[in-house]
Design a protein around this ligand. Sequence first.
Ligand code: DC
Length: 227
Amino acid sequence: MRRFNIAIDGPAGAGKSTIARLVANQLGFIYVDTGAMYRAVTWKVLQKGFKIEQTEEIIQTAQGMDISLKPGENGQLVYVDGQDVTSDIRSDAVTKFVSYIASIGEVRKLLVEKQKQMAAEKGIVMDGRDIGTHVLPDAEMKVFLTASVKKRAERRFAELQTARPELTLAELEQDIARRDHIDENREISPLVRAQDAVLLDSTNMTIAHVVDHILDLCRSRVLGGIS
Ligand code: DC
């Protein structure tokens, strides 16, 4: 099959990573979770004990670290300077801090450059916030995946119920709304739908349904009906 790139953008909790991974598996493409790269920088910054205001130190940290993404059995593995940080980058501390790190222009420039290189050979499904608008403006297929804040919070709640029973639905809803606000209002590459992206609202759709829909779109729009 012809190799092409798919950009999947959208707010936190819309199901982007699960869906992007499944679409990549179906097509035999490589999945790249760009949020994990912003999380990796955030993890390293927190390890070093820097504060949000220490922009220079944060930029130097991002410039001096090596981030690599490798496919694992249960999804993408993330390494920082050779250390596996796949679960560390999902901590509350990283989740709280990451939107600020992702709003620093120099950090974005650095990561966007890496992301462009990763996709140069095509056959990539990349998810994030600015993939269709800035990272891969020429991606053959662009999807903007969204869902209501309530639905996104409910999904996260169900996912975290065993691991984090103390979290309430209201807290998760607030956190998602707070992250949306920062991501949508930052000066550089805010979360917006690319003009040529297909808008998919997954509020009332199952994961399988969304995946099938994206695969259908690829067949009809990119592969011209050939599977
Ligand atoms: O998708 P996620 O929750 O792992 O993303 C973590 C943060 O990184 C989130 O605040 C948005 C930001 N991000 C971004 O600004 N650009 C991307 N391409 C991916 C994520």
